[in-house]
Design a protein around this ligand. Structure first.
Ligand code: 13P
Ligand code: SF4
Length: 313
């Protein structure tokens, strides 16, 4: 029989946070019980901005590796702990820094825009980062006649290219395994079964899925839309971890997770985000590690591209 020791773990984590003067930042895609022990919950942009203003000596990042790295880039004097350093991201992994440097060298007059879902090495080769919350504003901040490299997400890149009408954007060919798995047919079937439901979609999804959306946005933008929309039912086309926060914020509304192409595979769960458990968080606080450590020269170059993004916001 499986013993539920989550109440004990939660108490232990609260005590450790006080003892170690630590705060926990968590992404909406983490497990619901992980979201509950977070001091701050947010999307990639909000978490980057928040990391800079936390007063604690230690940040524990409940999320994937690139997110903790981003916090360390912005807060080099704080200790940034990562409970699961092996929690990568299929998008970040689709863009190796060495290969990206060679790609960039082919387009020397292009401004490089990279989604934050990249390693610190790629950020160091970037002029300005973006997240799914601000990609449009970031690209619009670049003069229209200046060509752009957009990396690593081809879906977000082509969505922004369509919105801006820029034909001078070259895309890196990367993608997120989670967001590419949604089935348009099943979304349309759900819409037929739930008349009046709004389809809300993350821009990492494929273009034909994005085209079926009533609203396209980052996790934070989707959350806000569900609050301000008069609709009562939403078909949610992003990682289902976000449903915990949706149901908490809007208990009177109904949220239906969109199914993947193969309903038996559970492949719309981000397996990396789900590696972060209460056990791993408690152990990480107790041992004060693993910790993010960065090469200072690379960190400084990456910081410039993240700060350029924050200036646009
Ligand atoms: P957000 O920018 O919405 O936080 O997205 C992060 C992410 O990893 C999406 O897959
Ligand atoms: Fe990376 Fe996709 Fe997971 Fe987001 S959902 S962290 S892009 S693998």
């Amino acid at each position: 029989m499986k013993v539920d020791n989550s109440a004990d773990l939660r108490r232990r984590i609260e005590t450790l946070k006080r003892e170690k003067r630590a705060v926990i930042l968590a992404h909406y895609y983490t497990l619901p019980e992980v979201q509950e022990v977070a001091d701050f919950l947010g999307d990639s942009l909000a978490l980057s901005v928040k990391a800079q203003s936390v007063e604690a000596d230690t940040i524990l990042f409940a999320g994937v590796h690139f997110m903790a790295e981003t916090a360390k880039v912005l807060c080099p004097d704080k200790r940034v702990l990562i409970p699961c350093p092996e929690a990568g991201c299929s998008l970040a992994e689709s863009c190796d820094a060495e290969a990206f440097a060679a790609f960039r060298a082919q387009y020397p007059d292009h401004t490089v825009v990279s989604y934050v879902n990249t390693t610190v090495g790629v950020k160091a080769l970037t002029d300005i980062c973006c997240t799914s919350s601000n990609a449009l504003e970031v690209v619009r901040s670049i003069p229209a006649d200046r060509p752009v490299i957009f990396a690593p997400d081809r879906n977000l890149g082509s969505y922004i290219r369509k919105l801006t009408g820029r034909d001078n954007m070259v895309l890196w060919d990367g993608a997120c395994h989670v967001h590419e798995e949604f089935s348009l047919e099943k979304i349309l079937e759900l819409k037929r079964e739930n008349p009046g439901a709004k389809v809300v979609v993350h821009p990492e999804c494929k273009a034909h899925v994005v085209a079926a959306a009533d609203f396209v946005g980052s996790t934070a933008a989707i959350l806000d839309f569900c609050g301000s929309s008069g609709a009562e039912t939403f078909i949610v086309v992003t990682e289902p971890g976000i449903l915990a926060e949706m149901r908490k914020r809007y208990p009177g509304k109904r949220f239906i997770p969109a199914p993947p192409i193969d309903s038996t595979c559970g492949c719309n769960d981000c397996r990396f985000m789900k590696m972060v458990t209460l056990e791993r968080i408690a152990a990480c606080l107790e041992q004060e590690g693993p910790e993010i450590v960065l090469d200072e020269e690379i960190r400084r170059r990456a910081e410039r591209s993240i700060r350029n993004m924050i200036a646009v916001r």
